[in-house]
Design a protein around this ligand. Structure first.
Ligand SMILES: [Zn+2]
Length: 90
């Protein structure tokens, strides 16, 4: 059957849209996170319920700080901001 040759591209396109396009252009939240180690803030874009991590950790995410590299667990629900603020002082 050639059905597999139809399904595989559909799944690939679906994954691409779901994990790449949707978080970037679709409805998503932005959390303003402050690293507890170096006290520097950064924005984290996330889609509710879209990742396996959200199923495991709920509203908590383990993120690596882009400045000092330390991995911390953040509550992205409580730090959520309605509109992404321009980070002039990063
Ligand atoms: Zn840090």
């Amino acid at each position: 059957m050639d059905l597999i040759y139809v399904l595989v591209p559909l799944v690939v396109v679906g994954f691409f849209a779901f994990f790449i396009l949707l978080p970037r252009y679709g409805p998503h939240y932005v959390s303003r996170i402050v690293c507890p180690n170096c006290r520097k803030g950064f924005n984290f874009h996330w889609v509710p319920g879209a990742t396996l991590a959200s199923l495991r950790y709920g509203n908590r995410r383990r993120l690596k700080c882009p400045y000092c590299g330390q991995v911390n667990t953040f509550d992205i629900a409580s730090t959520r901001v309605s509109q992404p603020k321009a980070a002039h002082r990063a």
